[in-house]
Design a binder for this molecule. Structure first.
Ligand SMILES: [Zn+2]
Length: 187
């Protein structure tokens, strides 16, 4: 029997710990910190954007908004970002969870995750391309590709997603050149 959210909350809410963030080189913030109180479970989670494919912006977006497409997948970029490049890969059709993909699409996804990662890495001066999936905001399945800069040890690891909001956005021309490099690599 899995622990229910109510059981988890009762067990944990009064026993939150502060991890030793002052020892973590990659932690982006400084100062006196403490965990926020853990709020009680809700009866039902709020809907994600495009739930059930209804009014889903990703389903209706034209191909012109994308950096790369094929018959089943589309890739777009957001930015200029604080990181050198942030791109998102999504199926044309509306699927929610990775485990809901038909096996043919899932197999093609495996190949594409590598292909897009290589294309983003080809920008140069990239330390790592983080390939991530959260999916709590928008239901339409999407994979993140977050390029983190090379040789700045503070920016490694999962906090790169936070550093993206802390670093100033790239100059437009530098960002555009990065986008062009990815497009060229995918051709
Ligand atoms: Zn959709």
């Amino acid at each position: 029997m899995p622990e229910t959210p109510e059981q988890l909350w009762r067990r944990a809410a009064g026993d939150l710990r502060m991890p030793p963030v002052h020892e973590w080189e990659t932690f982006p913030f400084d100062g006196d910190m403490r965990p926020r109180p853990l709020r009680e479970p809700v009866m039902r989670e709020g809907p994600r954007h495009g739930e059930g494919g209804v009014d889903c912006r990703r389903c209706t977006a034209p191909d012109e908004e994308y950096l790369w497409t094929n018959e089943r997948w589309r890739l777009y970029v957001i930015g200029p970002t604080g990181l050198p490049l942030v791109a998102l890969l999504e199926p044309r059709e509306h699927y929610g969870e990775p485990g809901d993909l038909p096996v043919e699409l899932a197999a093609e996804l495996g190949v594409l995750l590598g292909r897009v990662e290589r294309a983003v890495r080809s920008i140069g001066e990239i330390g790592r391309v983080h390939v991530c999936r959260w999916g709590d905001g928008s239901e339409h399945l999407h994979w993140w590709f977050m390029a983190r800069p090379a040789r700045i040890p503070q920016l490694i690891g999962s906090f790169a997603a936070i550093w993206d909001d802390i670093l100033p956005p790239l100059p437009e021309d530098v960002w555009r050149a990065n986008v062009d490099a990815v497009a060229e690599a995918l051709r």
